[in-house]
Design a protein around this ligand. Structure first.
Ligand code: ARG
Length: 588
């Protein structure tokens, strides 16, 4: 099927042509088109152009109007205010454009990028042998949505789950396991919850011995050296911790209704073989220097307390490599081997200084060039209802699984209230409850701009009123029920010859803007823009539904055309929510 040019883009092109013929030196200038309450669009670009050409803006605007070719697209263009243009498009243009979208299946007429790049997204990166926390949830949810949007534009995306699977704490864990071999059951014999509780137990027990017993501490330290030098027995035991943790990670991702691919779990340890070379290249090129035995990189603009420079540590005094060395090696891999043109890191905003230093170092070393962008999409902290960082009443971090279970439970109660009326079976209630609960958690996260903190408030999240996923899911299900009700008696058919009511026009123009919006949100790494678009779509649909009878319309054609608007709204909601990783049950 064929991609469709949006009405906005078409109007923009007409105005730009007229502008150029009225004022040739303005060739290619942007008419600055915005949706408006006065008319369908307002163009604000003429003021600045007139100023530049020392012309009277209202006169220039009048000349532009005279040059416009309206065709079937424009119903009316008038000069307003100091030199704005108010533009109204024809009903026919709206319906015909939407019909072309409707004929294009799931893509809804949205084109694929002609020259897609490759974006590597670093997201969903928990740590081995540690409980996942709400921060990891944000990274997973935001990264997955970002990826959905980018994929939809045709960009090639590669996921990298940079899990914390390396470091000195493994010396302690492995040594403990050697001395207490039965504390960890084989990974294929446990479920996610058991895996985590076993890991927790080993972690706590080994920590206790480590703190109390100097001899054990020494054995643990030797174990780190054995691990780093690739000792087989040690590596095998390390692998057990990784495997056991993965059982747990996958169980959480499954609860989150999120697909994570094993070949994209590429943790810190995967870059071990590159670290020494990374350090050597940085030292030889002079990007990194030796300072008190360590290999470090300095920055003019990064200073800590007492105005002392804060360096990035590539290699520690004892020869060990840490977090920065693995991130620098990962950049080499992602740019030179995976041929990334964009790198995104969905990581807590509190790590933004780390990424600033890592990116700057990679630029100096030539691993990041002007052709490659690198961006830390830093997300804010999840707060409890009290506005403080999210903790249990006992002050412990909240277990992710408990949280998702509770969301599903609350949502199931909401779904159950209407279940009888809608005719849901018990299985459907449970399944929908899960999708509504997870959707609520994801949407609450995605609907605020990522860098802001947000309050985790389950009551608000599963509320049927307001900017929640449940509201959107209900809007979708309501439309599906109307379409089912229409059944065989009336089908969705576009009728471009029909006049449209104001609510139909508003809904139609918004539907048409879907593709442009997804491109914009993807380019700006802003899933919250897609969330806001969908919320507005549902609101415009509600107004339409209040004002325009569908099954009881005046004529058969009008019923068909309104069913057509219903159908396209449902499909756009479904697709938009899917890009955000949220399901839309058929009956709710
Ligand atoms: N595992 C880290 C954490 O839990 C996040 C890793 C982020 N990614 C990266 N390339 N450094 O804080």
């Amino acid at each position: 099927m064929a991609p469709v040019t949006s009405i906005t883009a078409n109007v923009n092109a007409r105005l730009a042509d007229a502008l150029t013929s009225a004022l040739p030196e303005a060739g290619g200038a942007d008419p600055l088109l915005r949706r408006s309450d006065r008319a369908d669009y307002q163009a604000n670009g003429i003021l600045a152009l007139a100023k530049k050409a020392k012309a009277n803006p209202r006169e220039l605007a009048t000349q532009v109007v005279e040059k416009i070719v309206s065709g079937d697209l424009l119903a009316d263009v008038e000069v307003s205010g100091p030199g704005f243009l108010n533009v109204t498009v024809t009903d026919r243009a709206i319906t015909e454009t939407l019909a072309a979208r409707s004929a294009d299946g799931d893509r809804l007429g949205v084109p694929l990028k002609e020259q897609p790049g490759t974006t590597v997204i670093d997201y969903a990166q928990p740590n081995v042998a540690k409980e996942m926390h709400v921060g990891h949830l944000r990274s997973a949810v935001i990264g997955d949505a970002l990826r959905g949007m980018l994929d939809f534009t045709g960009e090639k995306t590669i996921g990298r789950h940079h899990i914390g699977d390396w470091g000195t704490q493994f010396g302690m864990l492995i040594q403990y396991l050697i001395e207490n071999p039965d504390t960890l059951a084989p990974a294929d014999e446990v479920d996610g919850e058991q895996a985590m509780s076993n890991l927790n137990r080993v972690y706590k027990a080994s920590r206790a011995v480590f703190d109390a017993d100097e001899d054990f501490k020494e054995r643990a330290r030797k174990r780190v050296v054995a691990l780093q030098s690739g000792d087989k027995e040690t590596l095998d035991l390390w692998q057990r911790f990784v495997d056991e943790s993965k059982v747990y990670f996958y169980s959480v991702f499954e609860k989150l209704d999120m697909e994570i691919r094993d070949d994209e779990i590429v943790g810190e340890s995967a870059y071990n073989d590159m670290m020494a070379e990374t350090a050597r290249l940085l030292e030889e090129s002079g990007v990194a220097v030796r300072s008190e035995g360590a290999l470090v990189v300095f920055f003019d603009d990064i200073k800590g307390k007492d105005d002392q420079p804060v360096p990035l540590i590539v290699q520690k005094k004892d020869g060990g490599f840490g977090y920065a060395a693995s991130d620098l090696s990962a950049i080499r891999d992602r740019v030179l081997d995976l041929h990334a043109t964009s790198l995104i890191y969905v990581v807590d905003v509190r790590q933004s200084l780390h990424f600033k230093m890592v990116f700057e170092t990679a630029r100096r070393a030539g691993w990041l060039s002007d052709e490659v962008t690198a961006h830390n999409m830093g997300y804010g902290t999840v707060l409890g209802a009290d506005g403080k960082p999210f903790k249990t009443r006992e002050g412990e971090t909240v277990k992710l699984e408990d949280l998702l279970d509770e969301a599903a439970e609350r949502a199931t109660a909401v779904v159950r209230e209407k279940a009888e009326k809608v005719g849901l079976t018990e299985d459907e209630i449970v399944e929908n409850g899960r999708f509504v609960g997870i959707g609520a958690v994801k949407y609450a996260d995605l609907s605020t701009s990522a860098n802001r903190d947000y309050k985790f408030d389950l009551d608000q999240m599963v509320s049927l009123n307001g900017d929640t996923s449940v509201y959107l899911q209900y809007a979708y299900a309501r439309i599906k029920s109307i379409l089912r009700k229409a059944g065989d008696s009336a089908a969705p058919v576009a009728h471009p010859e029909l006049e449209l009511a104001p609510a139909e026009r508003a809904l139609g123009l918004h539907l048409d803007a879907f593709g442009d919006l997804v491109y914009e949100a993807a380019a700006e790494y802003a899933p919250h823009k897609l969330a806001a678009y969908l919320y507005q779509l549902a609101s415009l649909y509600t107004t339409f539904y209040d004002q325009c009878p569908v099954l009881k319309a005046d004529t058969k054609e009008q019923t068909e055309n309104r069913l057509f608007l219903c159908d396209l709204t449902a499909r756009t909601l479904h697709q938009g929510m899917a890009l955000l990783g949220i399901r839309t049950p058929e009956k709710l």
